[in-house]
Design a binder for this molecule. Structure first.
Ligand code: GDP
Ligand code: CO
Length: 397
């Protein structure tokens, strides 16, 4: 793969946020001995290097009642060396959707001879293992069942990736229409990790186009929700540094990945607030404004890449209410951050009112935030889970 070199980087305390880097070439050809003429502006990442990172990467797919055909396409796009971890919150009533997903994955793993794990979010073993590890954040009030939510699914996926001793974890939504896009996202993750200077690193995908179908296809550059969330997050940063910035372009990136070292020290907000919250938490913990609790990480620094993929992002459209919900939850995390200034708060309320996600006089709700997985007793979680791992495995012996 060939991508643009980091040309512009903003620093916020110990965080380095790289401006968008475009993919130039999906396949960059054979390994070359000669120095590259284009090196000043372009990075070429060799196939072998990409594979090396894929081997160390788990791809977590959160899924809830998606069309089976979409799921089938998504798994076919995940490069072979990655471990697939599916965390499903699909229905298990008359039509047991989870069973269908598991069948599909098992058949795929059988014919491709690769390893994958699939777990239902409401599996009592998970709840028990979480309770045992002292991570009741993910459980509902009674403490017996894992809460609903994509974010909760992601965290379970991350814990399972840690159990499988992976060094990197990437997230891919199950409602992607193009397997080729999924394939490219994972290549971008590997690429970002390969050029990172820090072991604490994150890659967030920016879609080149997000087409909308209404009569004929229109290739929109960005979604409205992302635009607004980016604007408010940038306003928060600008207010703190005193220099206006538009560096954040991936506040809502569902497609993103991180080194496990970084992923496990991040808190995870519930539902759709999760992606912007990751950035907010980094700014709070390592932005240099509030005291840093983790000196070691601050010393290495945190590196964030925003990589623009070539494939258009095409996924299930869920209507206005879903978009309002996403916006409300995402902006709620910015609004309630201890870094958020009065002006940004006003901007958030104004945006939410304009997009009818909030009524006059209301303020966005404070998100439920799950503590960083590093805070829990991971051994205790792993011990119980390890006993059941065979039953979650999709490749039968
Ligand atoms: P959007 O793409 O950000 O608009 O959000 P989606 O509604 O498409 O959700 C993103 C991904 O999370 C999809 O693959 C969903 O199937 C999945 N998802 C949604 N809710 C849940 C949940 O409660 N648990 C799990 N495990 N996955 C979920
Ligand atoms: Co989606």
């Amino acid at each position: 793969m060939r991508i643009e070199k980091q040309r512009y980087t903003e620093r916020f305390g110990s965080i380095k946020i790289n401006d968008v880097q475009k993919v130039l070439e999906l396949d960059s050809g054979r390994w070359a001995d000669l120095p590259l003429k284009e090196e000043i502006a372009v990075v070429k990442i060799e196939e072998d290097v990409i594979k090396h990172f894929e081997e160390k990467m788990a791809i977590v797919i959160p899924i809830k009642n998606e069309k089976l055909k979409l799921f089938e396409g998504v798994i076919s796009g995940v490069p072979h060396e990655c471990l697939i971890i599916v965390i499903s919150n699909s229905e298990r009533k008359e039509a047991d959707r989870f069973n269908m997903e598991r069948d599909t994955l098992e058949q795929f793993c059988h014919f491709t001879q690769r390893q994958a794990l699939i777990i239902h979010q409401k599996d009592p073993v998970i709840a028990q293992a979480l309770a045992q590890a002292g991570y009741t954040d993910l459980l509902n009030k009674g403490g017996k069942v894992v809460r609903d939510g994509k974010s909760e699914g992601m965290v379970i996926g991350l814990l399972v990736a840690m159990l499988a001793q992976k060094e990197y974890v990437g997230f891919v939504d199950a409602d992607n229409y193009f397997p080729g896009a999924v394939w490219e996202y994972v290549k971008c993750y590997a690429t970002g990790f390969s050029i990172s200077q820090s072991p604490y690193t994150m890659v967030r995908i920016l879609w080149r186009y997000k087409p909308k179908v209404s009569g004929e296809i229109y290739f929109r550059k960005w979604g409205r929700v992302s635009e607004t969330t980016n604007k408010c997050l940038n306003s928060l940063i600008s207010a703190k540094t005193g220099f206006e910035t538009d560096i954040i372009k991936t506040a809502n990136a569902g497609e993103h990945a991180a080194s496990v070292k970084l992923a496990k020290i991040l808190p995870y907000a519930s539902g759709y607030a999760v992606e912007p919250q990751e950035l907010i938490s980094l700014c709070e913990d390592f932005g240099g404004v509030l005291p840093t609790t983790n000196q070691k990480v601050a010393k290495y620094g945190i590196e964030i890449f925003q990589i623009e993929s070539r494939n258009p992002h095409f996924h299930e459209e869920r209507g206005t209410v879903h978009l309002q919900e996403m916006l409300l939850q995402g902006l709620g995390t910015v609004y309630h951050s201890s870094l958020c200034d009065e002006e940004t708060k006003q901007m958030i309320v104004k945006e939410l009112l304009a997009q009818r996600a909030l009524k006059r006089g209301e303020e966005p709700a404070k998100p439920h935030i799950n503590r960083p997985p590093s805070k829990i007793n991971i051994n205790s979680f792993s011990n119980l889970m390890a006993e059941h791992l065979d039953s979650y495995s999709a490749l039968k012996k």
